[in-house]
Design a protein around this ligand. Sequence first.
Ligand code: GTP
Ligand code: MG
Length: 251
Amino acid sequence: MNLERENVTQANRSEASGQSTQKIVVGTSLLKRNDEQAHKLRENFSQKSILVVNLLSSPGSGKTSLLEKTLIDLQKKIRMGVVVGDLQTDRDAQRLQNRGAGVVAITTGTVCHLEAAMVSRSLSSLDLDSLDLLFIENVGNLVCPARFDLGEDYRIVILSTTEGEDKPLKYPFIFQSANLVLINKMDLAELADFNMDVACENIKMVAPQAMIIPISVKKGLGLADWYQWLLKHYETKKEYPINKFAEAVRH
Ligand SMILES: Nc1nc2c(ncn2[C@@H]2O[C@H](COP(=O)(O)OP(=O)(O)OP(=O)(O)O)[C@@H](O)[C@H]2O)c(=O)[nH]1
Ligand SMILES: [Mg+2]
């Protein structure tokens, strides 16, 4: 894995000197290997009928805050686990302790996204047989995680009102892969001069498939809709464990 990363770096240098072919070949091999690993993960999750949700956003949009609240509010209804990716610390994993869920931290170092192999290794610390739902909190970043399938059923992108309405247009790849966009920090919308209509238009422009739910984790706004979305997909997963659609969309 390290070798491939090194090659990608070298390839980037080649690109700077006008030779871009090598980058495409090596990058593809890295992604192909990730896709194979993600396929295995998806099969494993399907066999155990675990709904898997990948949470993506910029740093600070509210991924961990949303999980803190969700683990408490849904703990009597479903059995949840969390894989938390972070660059340097396990602070988020610590925030999620003692909420009735198994939590495992992945510290990626300098890597700005989670990869399927990292998730796979981390699962030895969770008892998958006792889970209905697995959340994956990806590293806060709107670019790097987009291409890396983690075997999830659904991708949820959080956009917070303080980031601006233009983010879906500036970072289209991540929004294009979203099944659901949560617009968080609605309590700050007015202060941040956030235009909800424009934000929704921008999301729809790049990601017409994505459902949009406005929320405020801090004030509890919209969380009932979020829980309804989760529970509905959890029921569906129990009924139809194999999510071939997710794989087709990711690759
Ligand atoms: N006003 C307001 N603040 C919020 C809301 N949700 C989260 N925050 C705050 O936003 C800050 C960042 O929240 P986190 O949950 O740590 O964000 P994150 O996406 O997990 O961040 P990274 O893991 O660093 O990518 C914290 O200070 C939260 O208290 C909200 O709905 N309204
Ligand atoms: Mg976090």
